[in-house]
Design a protein around this ligand. Structure first.
Ligand SMILES: *[C@@H]1O[C@H](CO)[C@@H](O)[C@H](O)[C@H]1NC(C)=O
Length: 361
């Protein structure tokens, strides 16, 4: 069916507005105004009745879309065997972050220790955590589990630099039990942090949040500030702001562009489901050094959102502690791939050095 876009004066249809753009079928028999009204009504039915109806009925489904945690990507993997993912200096363990909640966690030691690590048990790994090397806690995004390629990729980069890495699967993800909620995810991250702090001595502890994990990271940073704890450093990769305001700006388009596949960052319907992740508000309170990492071709979070958050962070705290590195769109990293960048180790090392200097080491 051939369609053409027609711009016409609304006056001929009895509207006050001067101009409107619409799509019209060639050779339609109906008069243009009847055609317009029918579609208008249909759109209203869909938007005003069906959408809120389905949103309220399928709250569980929404939660599912937000976290897509049930997607066990990669499929058919044994998370208790990190060596299957060529992480031969990694141990799998389980934390109880809250009564009845078991979290699957990997601890990878610095790559230089891979030989020494062969056949070692939990106690060895736990002792090694206090060897003075920086410890990273990686909070992953919203699909799949800790074995996803890009997550393993980040772990390898950090481990090669001589750092420890802990990668938990939040409640409901991977082989962890429970159902995800925003508060629950933050509790899980807090538990991992406290566990690390009790076992790592004076080592630097840095959070690396990716995507959804950036929301968890900033929530956690603010929560710890309430206990007068300032995180040593936070890396926010592929971060998003709370999209609640976006929705009023875009009103009717939010439903489409927020949907999984095109973008999945939590406008108001999800806020009813207690999913907010107010990262921008959190940034105004945070006191930790922050490094934003972002690909300019990120298809889920446009770079301008991160630029804005970077400015917010700069304005609200010591601007020297806030850094942003963006990767050229031509590199094709999209939302997940910047771990592949050959400059990344150097960037991370410089960030860690600045944190160590800040800490007075
Ligand atoms: C173990 O992992 C290290 C670091 O990734 C690698 O260099 C080494 O070749 C691996 N060893 C084996 C036996 O797979």
């Amino acid at each position: 069916m051939k369609r053409r876009v027609v711009k016409h004066a609304e006056a001929s249809y009895g509207f006050d507005a001067a101009q409107r753009t619409r799509v019209q079928r060639e050779g339609a028999e109906e008069t243009p105004s009847r055609w317009w009204w029918k579609r208008c009504l249909l759109a209203l039915v869909v938007v005003l009745i069906l959408v809120p109806f389905s949103l309220s009925v399928f709250q569980g489904l929404i939660q599912h879309f937000v976290y897509t945690y049930r997607m066990r990507v990669p499929f058919f993997v044994d998370l208790s065997q990190p060596a299957d993912f060529s992480l031969n200096h990694t141990i799998n363990m389980y934390f109880t972050s809250e009564e009845g909640i078991s979290l699957g966690v990997w601890h990878t030691v610095p790559e230089s220790q891979w030989k020494e690590a062969q056949g070692k048990d939990l106690a060895w790994y736990q002792n090694t955590l206090s060897n003075g090397k920086p410890v990273f806690i990686y909070l992953h995004g919203n699909t799949g589990n800790r074995a996803a390629t890009h997550r393993v990729g980040v772990v390898k980069v950090l481990s090669a630099l001589g750092y420890h890495v802990l990668v938990p699967d939040y409640r409901g993800f991977g082989d962890s039990s429970g159902e995800p909620t925003e508060a629950g995810l933050t509790t899980d991250a807090l538990y991992v942090y406290n566990w690390v702090k009790t076992h790592c001595g004076d080592s630097l502890v840095v959070f690396w949040g990716h995507s959804l994990g950036t929301g968890v990271s900033t929530n956690l940073a603010v929560k710890l500030l309430e206990q007068d704890v300032v995180l040593d450093g936070v890396i926010l990769e592929g971060t998003f702001n709370s999209a609640a305001r976006k929705m009023t700006e875009h009103c009717f388009t939010w439903y489409y562009w927020k949907f999984p596949g095109t973008g999945y960052f939590f406008p108001e319907p999800w806020a009813e489901n207690e999913v907010v992740f107010p990262s921008e508000e959190n940034l105004k309170k945070m006191k930790s050094p922050i490094l934003f990492l972002h690909s300019e071709d990120d298809h889920l979070v446009p770079i301008r959102i991160v630029e804005k958050m970077y400015e917010v962070a700069m304005r609200y705290q010591n601007a020297e502690r806030v850094k942003m590195v963006s990767f050229d769109g031509s590199l094709g990293y999209l939302h997940n791939g910047l771990y592949r960048d050959p400059h990344l180790p150097d960037i991370l090392q410089k960030f860690v050095l600045s944190l160590q200097r800040g800490k007075g080491d």
